[in-house]
Design a protein around this ligand. Structure first.
Ligand code: PEP
Length: 248
């Protein structure tokens, strides 16, 4: 047993209205989950969702999907870490592959990771190879390079969460097998240990990519898979609850 508590984070991407969010939470009422749970709504929904989450008494917490690295200022259309903190966000997803595909660089992700940590947010640093890179046998190399870049200059890993999200598994219905995922998670754990020593053993490593109720448990039993970053299935109460159960 690793002693690491399960962590399941829902990434709503650019989905959900206020009304749909209320319905989702209606469907999620019930027993307290035995793992940590967060949802990451789009920015305009952060405040209404924060209000809705009061009914769960901290059993479901808030996260965001991105932020800017600057403290404040002339950055039209951007959102700062302190704004997210003020809305009680605990987590912020950084370097999601959909943002990297839209042009976000390792250097920008690194600036954001450092800013999130300095403002007391927990970055969920996303790494993962494309289909082509996997076929070339480069999965490990790609992930190690994204980790080195994303965590450059980070001294304390205690608040960091890492999500392994193979690009070919995101939104495709084609999840990595538990063995494929564990293989990369072991590489991630080793890379973190090289940089941070024993503290790496406590870093939650999430798998993301077509996680659903019916494959969550098979992933959760693997040694270095501590939780899940969930896209599509986090929008459906029974599916999200099923994933939470798998990691509880
Ligand atoms: C994601 O985008 O973080 C994700 C894992 O998506 P999905 O679960 O829909 O594959």
């Amino acid at each position: 047993e690793s002693g690491r508590r399960g962590l399941v984070i829902g990434n709503w991407k650019m989905n959900m209205s206020i009304e749909e969010a209320a319905l989702l939470f209606e469907g999620m009422k019930g027993e307290a989950p035995a793992c940590d749970v967060a949802v990451c709504p789009p920015f305009p929904l952060l405040y209404p969702v924060k209000v809705m989450l009061a009914q769960f008494q901290d059993q479901i917490v808030l996260g965001a999907q991105n932020m800017h690295w600057a403290d404040q200022g002339a950055h039209t259309g951007e959102v700062s870490a302190s704004m997210l903190k003020e809305l009680d966000c605990r987590y912020v997803i950084l370097g999601h592959s959909e943002r990297r595909q839209a042009g976000e660089t390792d250097e920008e992700v690194n600036l954001k990771v450092k800013q999130a940590l300095s403002e007391g947010l927990q970055p969920v640093l996303c790494v993962g190879e494309t289909k082509e890179e996997r076929e070339q046998g480069r999965s490990g190399e790609v992930v190690i390079s994204q980790l080195h870049a994303g965590l450059d200059g980070v001294e304390n890993v205690n608040s960091v969460v890492v999500a392994y999200e193979p690009v070919w598994a995101i939104g495709t219905g084609l999840a990595a097998t538990p063995e494929q995922a564990q293989d990369v998670h072991r590489t991630i754990r080793q890379t973190l240990t090289n940089q941070f020593g024993d503290a790496a053993a406590r870093v939650p490593l999430l798998y993301g990519g077509s996680v659903k109720a019916d494959n969550a448990l098979s992933l959760a039993v693997m040694d270095d898979i501590d939780g899940a970053l969930v896209g599509g299935a986090s929008l459906i109460a029974v599916e999200f609850k099923g994933v939470i159960d798998g990691f509880s």
